[in-house]
Design a protein around this ligand. Sequence first.
Ligand code: AMP
Length: 257
Amino acid sequence: MSSNLRILVACKRVVDYAVKIRVNAAGSAVETANVKHSMNPFDEIGTEQAIQIKEALAKNKGNADVVVVSCGPAKAQETLRTALAMGADRAIHVESDEELQPLAVAKLLKAVVEKEKPDIVILGKQAIDDDSNQTGQMLAGLLNWPQATFASKVELAEKAMTVTREIDGGVETIKTPLPAILTTDLRLNVPRYASLPNIMKAKKKPLAKLTVAELGVDVKPRLETLKVAEPPKRQGGKLVESVDDLVDKLKNEAKVL
Ligand code: AMP
């Protein structure tokens, strides 16, 4: 196994998974004002994976430099501090108050990759706010790197990794040379909680700031959102007296039999 690696982990700040999402009054987006935000859950899994690789390498006197990166407004730094408290070594904040669509993020990450030269870039399979499932794939395309998406198991070897992928109705195992892109699926690991001493230590870890202009990336949105709507309200249920009654209603009222 390679004894020294650099791993870049993309972490997005999103509306917390436990918040009941509401559409804004204009019907143009999800309401984000005064709503709890946290790290995208698939990015917590990505950070955990990078730290587990670091811990495994440390047992053989190796090291992984775990660098976390987030693109977005100033508050993205809170997400980066969480990743540092989990065990990442340093953070990069690409500051932008503009809307950043997946292609824009992929281009920004490409510019960061060119500076940092990581062996592996880990992203979530999707961000739970826009559910795009695009950024990792686009980054692989822009870099012309191999990609292992929807990972549920990762094994590192010398300049290569073997990845088990979640696919429809089963799993697929692939081997890719490094450098490569990895996107995380839910079953890859269970992310750790940051302990209080580690949260304190994280405040002193390095957090570098970059601007979109410094990276020279055009982040102009390419997609226009026409409308955002909530799913139709569920109708109330009905109690039936017997199985015969149920069959009768399914046949004659719902007409599904
Ligand atoms: P998406 O393609 O939007 O579903 O996002 C997939 C993954 O790309 C996320 O899980 C993150 O790892 C990464 N990503 C997307 N947007 C950002 C962002 N603004 N900053 C950092 N990483 C991001």
